[in-house]
Ligand binder design. Structure first.
Ligand code: ZN
Length: 372
C-alpha cells in the first residue's frame, strides 16, 4: 500500500470501466483500492450492439462482487481506446475497435443508468492511465507530469498545472506520434519517423525482422529456438493470462508485443531475451530503440518542462538495456534547466492502471480531488 492510500477510505465509491481490445473490465473502486474486479474477453470483431450489453453485465458483476448496488456509486469513469471526443463521449472507430464508428458511448451509458442520475465520463486509455498515476501512483504530489506508455504502440497523457491537457479537439498528448526523424519511415498515423515507429514493441519486432530479411538474423533465430533454456530477468507474464490486456493496460506483457511482422517468433520479447543473452544484433536493436526513446524524452522535456516523466508499458520493463541508452541521449541533448527539473520514474499502478484511472475520472472531474 502506498503512502497516499491513507485518506482514501474517506473517498466515495466509484465504478471504473476499461474497454480493451482484449478484455472488458469493471471494478468498484475507492481511490486506488479495488473492492471488486470483473472481466470478460472482448472477443474477435467486437460490434457495439453485442459488446455494450456485455459491458453492462461485467459492471453488474463488479457490483455484486463488491456487495453494493449502483445506489452506492458516485460516478462512472470509462477508459476506451482513442480516438474519441471526451466532451461528447463519442468514440471514432479506434484501431482496436474498428467497428465502433461514431458510437455515442456516454449517451448509451447515461440512458442505461438513467435511474441513478450518475455523472459518466469517457476518456482515452492513455489519458486515464496518466490520470491514475497522477492521482494515486508515481505522479502524486506533482503538478506537471507527462505519462508515456511504451508497449505495442506508444501513448501518452500530459498533466500541466494539475490539469489533463486535452487540446482543441480533445486529442492532445499523442506523444508516440512526435516525429523524431522528419524524413523517416512512414507511420500509419500519416506522419514520418514517429517515436512509435522506432521505439515501440512493434518497431522492435519490425526492425528485427528487417534484419532477418537482410540475412543478418541467423544467430538471433538460433537463440529464439533455444530461448527457454536461457535464464532471464525479463518478467514472464505469460503465466498470468488474466492480466493480459494490451490495449488498455499500460503495463503489459512483452509476450503481447509481437507485432506479428515477419517471423512470428521474432518479436519484442524474444529480441529482449536475445539482447539479455548478449546476441549482438539484438543488443543493437534494443540500444537503438532506447536511443529513440531518449530522443523522444528530450522533446518532452523541452516542450513541457515536466517535474516528472512516468514511464509505463511492457517495453520499459526491459530495464537498463533500454533505459541506459535513453538516459545517455537525454543527458547529452536536453537543455540543462528542464533536464534538472525532470525526474523520470516507472509507473506504479501496474495492471490496474486502466481501472484506477477510469475511476479517477470521477474524482478528478467531480471533486477536484487531490490525494496529497
Ligand atoms: Zn505516427
Amino acid at each position: 500500500m502506498n503512502e497516499s492510500a491513507a485518506g482514501q477510505e474517506s473517498l466515495p465509491l466509484v465504478m471504473g470501466v476499461d474497454i480493451g481490445g482484449t478484455q472488458l473490465r469493471a471494478a468498484v473502486l475507492q481511490g486506488a483500492h479495488l473492492l471488486s474486479r470483473a472481466s470478460v474477453l472482448t472477443g474477435a470483431n467486437p460490434l457495439p450492439d453485442s459488446t455494450i450489453p456485455r459491458i453492462f453485465a461485467v459492471m453488474q458483476q463488479a457490483l455484486d462482487e463488491a456487495q453494493v448496488t449502483m445506489n452506492a456509486i458516485k460516478g462512472i469513469g470509462v477508459a476506451t481506446p482513442g480516438p474519441l471526443d471526451n466532451r461528447t463521449g463519442i468514440i471514432y472507430s479506434p484501431p482496436n475497435l474498428p467497428a465502433w464508428q461514431q458510437v455515442p458511448l456516454r449517451d448509451i451509458f447515461q440512458q442505461h443508468y438513467q435511474a441513478y442520475q450518475l455523472p459518466i465520463y469517457i476518456e482515452n486509455d492513455a489519458n486515464t492511465a496518466a490520470l491514475g498515476e497522477y492521482l494515486f501512483g508515481a505522479g502524486r504530489g506533482c503538478k506537471d507530469m507527462v505519462y508515456l506508455t511504451v508497449s505495442t504502440g506508444i501513448g501518452g497523457g500530459v498533466i500541466l498545472d494539475g490539469k489533463l491537457l486535452e487540446g482543441a479537439s480533445g486529442t492532445a498528448g499523442e506523444l508516440g506520434h512526435m516525429s523524431i526523424d522528419w524524413k523517416g519511415g512512414r507511420c500509419p498515423c500519416g506522419s514520418r519517423g514517429c517515436l512509435e515507429y522506432y521505439a515501440s514493441g512493434t518497431a522492435i519486432a519490425r526492425i528485427a525482422n528487417e534484419a532477418m530479411v537482410a540475412g543478418q538474423g541467423a544467430e538471433l533465430l538460433a537463440f529464439v529456438d533455444t530461448m527457454q533454456e536461457h535464464p532471464t530477468t525479463i518478467p514472464d507474464r505469460a503465466a498470468l493470462p488474466a492480466e493480459q490486456d494490451i490495449h488498455t493496460q499500460p503495463l503489459i506483457e512483452l509476450d503481447d508485443l509481437t507485432g506479428m511482422v515477419g517471423h512470428p517468433r521474432v518479436n519484442a520479447r524474444t529480441v529482449a531475451r536475445a539482447a539479455e543473452a548478449g546476441i549482438p544484433l539484438a543488443r543493437e536493436i534494443i540500444t537503438q530503440a532506447g536511443e529513440a526513446l531518449g530522443a523522444g524524452l528530450v522533446n518532452i522535456i523541452h516542450i513541457f518542462n515536466p517535474e516528472r516523466i512516468i514511464l509505463g508499458g511492457g517495453v520499459t520493463m526491459m530495464g537498463d538495456m533500454l533505459m541506459e541508452p535513453a538516459l545517455r541521449i537525454i543527458s547529452e541533448r536536453a537543455m540543462k534547466a528542464p533536464y534538472k527539473a525532470a525526474s523520470i520514474r516507472i509507473a506504479e499502478l501496474g495492471a490496474n492502471a486502466g481501472l484506477v484511472g477510469a475511476g479517477g475520472l470521477v474524482y478528478y472531474y467531480q471533486s477536484g480531488y487531490k490525494p496529497w
